[in-house]
Write a protein of this length. Structure first.
Length: 398
């Protein structure tokens, strides 16, 4: 944390020295200080240097318990009521020397984690470069910021299928061929050992690719809901794939980890190949998103191969668009998700059904969300278990 504070003070000092230098130049214009959707901005008059910093706080009440159940035993263990500071973030970004040389880092104070630290070279829209540590663009649900989510948090399939934050380098861009010939792409080579890792367990790397077709000539923003009440429809169809060999069978904000049924891995023990098909649509206050996942885990020590599957469907609507008496800033959203830890066992299914109401005081930057979720777990050898969870969350960025 001390290193983060020193880095912030250094960046602020550099920006102040640049501003001071301009004041001494009688031909220079006044420096700019303003507040935007990305927080407070300090920039030089020639726009060669820009410093943005913002913070976000997320407060949550949940009962019974806050975490999604992972196993059948969790239904007996989660029986609490709690208030918590779920997230407390500091975000710093901007550009240096040229507007197309960008930087960004994000720190989580609640858990003392450096989440993102990256540099982006974005001179050409059709080919950009990024290196450092960031949230891999494998799935829409995970890539959307937790402050821009439509529900209180992500679905039950996020835990087993997310690639989460990794370190490496990526090439990405937009290929605008005119009309429906509009595509976004991402290709990355990553260490494949998760957030905060400083080494690799073997000589293999993680390879990731995503191709997104912007069907109507424009992308759907990585943001929950149709916040802008789009006058024109936007739709995407995306395919993503990842391959990796490591000791891990899943990743999270904490780094590499393990799914249930897989012991702590040895270096290079698990080869994981996974892909997902994704859709999204926005128009006139209505939003839609879905993902269908398959994941194959090969234990290289035993030769056992396990196939996992899952999907979610999510939709939201600003009802005021159809009924004037409905509050203009109130959105209703719903989600259905299903996870199969082993598709060879047809009776082993985990389901989630959720309903949420969002009241946007100032878009996603200042909102209140109430959510009701029903979990249903079933297996051929264990009686079905279910539970209803209530969560209320206030999220503010400034």
């Amino acid at each position: 944390m001390n290193k983060l504070l020193c880095l912030f003070l250094f960046l602020f000092s550099v920006s102040q020295r640049a501003i001071s230098q301009e004041k001494q130049d009688t031909t220079a214009k006044e420096s700019k200080i303003r507040h935007t959707s990305k927080g407070f901005e300090f920039s030089t008059s020639d726009n060669k240097f820009l410093l943005q910093f913002a913070s976000r706080l997320q407060f949550r009440f949940a009962t019974p318990g806050d975490q999604n159940p992972v196993t059948f035993d969790d239904f007996a263990e989660y029986n609490t009521k709690l208030f918590k500071i779920n997230r407390a973030r500091l975000k710093i970004g901007g550009h240096a020397y040229e507007p197309w040389i960008k930087y960004y880092f994000e720190y989580e104070f609640a858990q003392s984690n450096l989440l993102d630290f990256r540099v982006m070279i974005e001179k050409w829209p059709w080919m950009k470069f990024k290196f450092g540590q960031w949230k891999t663009e494998f799935t829409r649900e995970r890539f959307i910021s937790s402050g821009d989510q439509q529900m209180v948090d992500r679905s039950i399939i996020n835990r087993p299928f997310t690639v989460d934050r990794q370190q490496g380098v990526t090439v990405y861009g937009n290929l605008a061929g005119g009309g429906i010939a509009n595509f976004d792409y991402w290709v990355a080579v990553l260490t494949g050992t998760g957030r905060g890792s400083t080494d690799n367990d073997d000589d293999k790397l993680m390879y990731f690719g995503r191709l997104q077709w912007n069907i109507l000539g424009r992308p759907v923003p990585f943001e929950g809901g149709d916040m802008d009440i789009s006058e024109k429809p936007a739709a995407i169809l995306a395919l993503s794939g990842v391959t990796n060999t490591s000791p891990y069978t899943r990743f999270s904000q904490d780094g590499g980890g393990y799914l249930e049924g897989f012991e702590d891995g040895l270096p290079g023990q698990y080869t994981v190949n996974q892909f997902q098909v994704e859709t999204a649509f926005n128009y006139s206050g209505f939003s839609w998103a879905s993902e269908i996942h398959r994941k194959y885990i090969l234990d290289n020590t035993t030769g056992v191969r396990t196939e996992l599957g899952g999907f979610y469907l999510q939709a939201g609507y600003f009802v005021h668009q159809a009924w004037n008496y409905w509050p203009k800033k109130l959105e209703v959203a719903t989600r259905y998700a299903q996870y199969r830890p082993d598709v060879s066992i047809s009776e082993n299914r985990q389901r989630e059904i959720a309903l949420a109401f969002n009241y946007f005081f100032y878009g996603h930057k200042n909102k209140l969300t109430a959510e009701l979720t029903r979990f249903i777990f079933q297996d051929h050898s264990i009686p079905q278990k279910d539970e209803t969870r209530i969560r209320v969350q206030y999220d503010i960025s400034f």
